[in-house]
Design a protein around this ligand. Structure first.
Ligand code: ATP
Ligand code: BTN
Length: 300
């Protein structure tokens, strides 16, 4: 039997609600199984989703170590622009500085995009993390959530981390051959790791929506759609302004750990045109924070 379309999914949701309220319709287990089917990711439905965006390079895994590792290898072997590696589960997902990123089975989105820079994009590659963050944040806003970007690579919902980005480079001598943009998005409640494994509070779209989250395929489509749209504007001020608008803690005191024990405290003002962060310190001096081993926290 072939099921298609979100309308059917919503109908099942309604029927399940009716059953929960005592209605006697068809077998509950059948409906639950159908719901699970729609929540699950599979190669066929992902291919259909991606074809709407003219993306045809796809590698899907039920389980993988890290989608970034697979995408880095594929990029080095010549993967076309916008190829995507996606997995239902990661067993060795990574954040920055080899920290762990958890993607339990069936719970979240974990995917990596290969970006092949054109001549126009090449001077602006330091903006890539903003491009990715903006795409996720906008998709969350589209669901009615208030998303903020904790510079440089985290997306916060209600002050808690719901998504992270890890960008890695494939070099060709001294030149960038391609970038791999890894995105991890907590969709269902089960994607949120226990608090003791975290340095920063975490949440999921489902927790924040307080209702059934859209399917992971739908969220993927929305993020990639925004990504493709914003990439066209990557060389413009518009991207920097939109990114800046979405920054968490803007106008507030923050503390930035800059590696080791050193840190800078100041008011978060905004972004430089390369995506670096601009603060005003206690002496009223402008301080620019570049990408690297930096950790941003709200200040006292
Ligand atoms: P900082 O806040 O210092 O910038 P970060 O949060 O960006 O750091 P990363 O290395 O970029 O740190 O992200 C990895 C961190 O994310 C892990 O150390 C862990 O605390 C947290 N983490 C791992 N999996 C998840 C998840 N599924 N949801 C939310 N947070 C997670
Ligand atoms: C972070 O917050 O530090 C970034 C987390 C990035 C996680 C994503 S999930 C898909 C891709 N594969 C990985 O191993 N990491 C990224």
């Amino acid at each position: 039997m072939h099921f298609g379309g979100e309308a059917i999914y919503l109908t099942i949701q309604r029927l399940l609600t009716a059953l929960a309220h005592g209605a006697s319709v068809v077998g509950k287990s059948t409906l639950l199984a159908m719901t699970e089917y729609f929540k699950s990711m599979n190669e066929h439905s992902l291919k259909k989703t991606l074809s709407k965006l003219n993306i045809d390079g796809l590698r899907y895994f039920d389980s993988i170590g890290s989608t970034n590792d697979e995408a880095l290898a594929w990029a080095a072997a010549g993967a076309p622009d916008l190829s995507i590696v996606i997995a239902d589960e990661q067993t060795n997902g990574r954040g920055r500085l080899d920290r762990k990123w958890f993607t339990p089975k069936g719970s979240g989105l974990a995917f990596s995009l290969v970006l092949r820079p054109t001549a126009t994009l090449r001077p602006h590659l330091s903006r890539t993390v903003g491009l990715a963050a903006l795409s996720i944040a906008e998709s969350c806003s589209g669901l009615g959530l208030s998303a903020r970007i904790k510079w440089p690579n985290d997306i916060l919902l209600n002050g808690k981390k719901a998504a992270g980005i890890l960008i890695e480079t494939v070099w060709s001598g001294d030149d960038v051959d391609s970038l791999v943009i890894g995105m991890g998005i907590n969709v269902h409640k089960e994607s949120v790791p226990p608090a003791e494994l975290l340095q920063f509070p975490a949440t999921s779209l489902e927790d924040e929506l307080e209702k059934e989250a859209p399917s992971r395929g739908e969220i993927l489509f929305s993020v990639l759609n925004a990504f493709v749209r914003w990439r066209e504007l990557m060389a413009t001020d518009e991207l920097i302004h939109a990114w800046e608008e979405m920054l968490a803690f803007r106008g507030r005191q923050v503390q930035v750990q800059t590696g080791g024990d050193s840190s800078i405290i100041g008011e978060l003002l905004g972004l430089e045109s390369d995506g670096s962060l601009r603060l005003r310190d206690a002496n009223d001096k402008s301080v620019i924070i570049r990408f690297g081993d930096v950790s941003l926290r709200p200040g006292a």
